[in-house]
Design a protein around this ligand. Structure first.
Ligand SMILES: [Zn+2]
Length: 313
């Protein structure tokens, strides 16, 4: 009897450990050991790779001067990303471009050599100084409060732009664009014109109801318009690296702009008609023409309705 009780307690303690590990390390295996940090590679062009896992999708662009990396994943994923880059090139990483401030896109910056130049939109640089939690996201208990402060400012942007910036020359040119508020107030679109590829970051994370991070300047009224401008500006682009999904097209981006404009219009019409945010959230369904869009989580949907509502006078 006594032995059974002890075993029961040990078993319960084991289960508890597993739960805690699972919270801290989302990819923990069934054994409770942290899963190995595996970065997966999709070759898009001879000198451009999409690297997946451990946060947002990264782009790795190999130029004669060195390697340009777009987005560096969650804390602890900078080194696995660097290791994976070594499997496709001997060249050193010389530049990081961060599409926006979120921890699953910028945290790996601190694991790159301090000589690497970091480039962002100017609002993102300000957001990275503060590293405020995103609207509606509860940070994991072990998440760094401000990974850049905790690393003596390493990985912070030193070069910023407001609307547009051209980096490099000829076939190695990179065009950065800011088209307005959306997921945050600093979402950069990164275009590799010679390769006809764009990295859109989380303003186009996939076919879904977006995370609108009002804490970092995001906007539910503006996001559709911003996406529309990006689609208009994406002349010649054939492949779009999304923040967290598969590679998509400009047609997909345009559809996503329409989807977000329609969402904002639905909320605004309901407000005008004297309904409540709950009325909208309780009745909203993804319109039938948007094929393959994920039905939203209730909390995300309710938060987005409120954000559009509050932005509408
Ligand atoms: Zn994000």
């Amino acid at each position: 009897m006594k032995r059974q009780m002890v075993l029961g307690i040990l078993f319960a303690a084991g289960a508890l450990t597993l739960t805690v590990n699972a919270l801290q390390q989302p990819q923990a295996g069934a054994s409770g050991q942290p899963a190995p940090r595996v970065v997966e590679v999709d070759k898009l062009k001879d000198n451009l790779f999409m690297m997946r896992g451990g946060g947002g999708n990264s782009a790795v662009f190999i130029t004669s001067a060195g390697v340009v990396v777009v987005d560096t994943k969650n804390p602890g994923w900078g080194q696995p990303l660097l290791d994976k880059i070594k499997t496709v090139t001997d060249k050193p990483v010389t530049m990081i471009i961060n599409t926006h401030t979120h921890g699953d896109h910028v945290s790996g910056n601190v694991e790159f050599p301090a000589t690497v130049e970091v480039v962002t939109q100017e609002n993102t640089a300000k957001n990275m100084e503060a590293m405020r939690p995103a609207t509606g996201i509860t940070p994991a208990p072990d998440a760094p409060k401000n990974i850049f402060k905790e690393n003596g400012g390493r990985g912070m942007p030193k070069r910023t732009f407001k609307d547009n910036l051209t980096l490099g020359k000829g076939d190695e040119r990179i065009e950065l664009h800011y088209y307005g508020r959306g997921h945050t107030n600093g979402d950069a679109f990164v275009v590799f014109p010679a390769l006809r590829v764009m990295h859109a970051g989380d303003i186009f994370s996939g076919k879904n109801v977006p995370l609108l991070d009002a804490n970092n300047g995001g906007s539910g009224v503006e996001i559709g318009k911003t996406l529309g401008k990006a689609a208009d500006g994406a002349k010649g682009v054939e492949q779009i690296i999304t923040g967290h999904s598969t590679v998509m097209t400009v047609a997909d981006l345009r559809e996503y702009a329409a989807f977000n404009n329609e969402f904002a219009a639905t909320v605004q019409a309901a407000k005008k008609a004297g309904k409540t945010p709950d009325d909208v959230a309780n009745t909203y369904k993804i319109p039938a023409q948007y094929k393959g869009y994920a039905e939203p989580q209730a909390a995300r949907l309710r938060a987005n309705v409120q954000i559009v509502w509050d932005e509408t006078k």
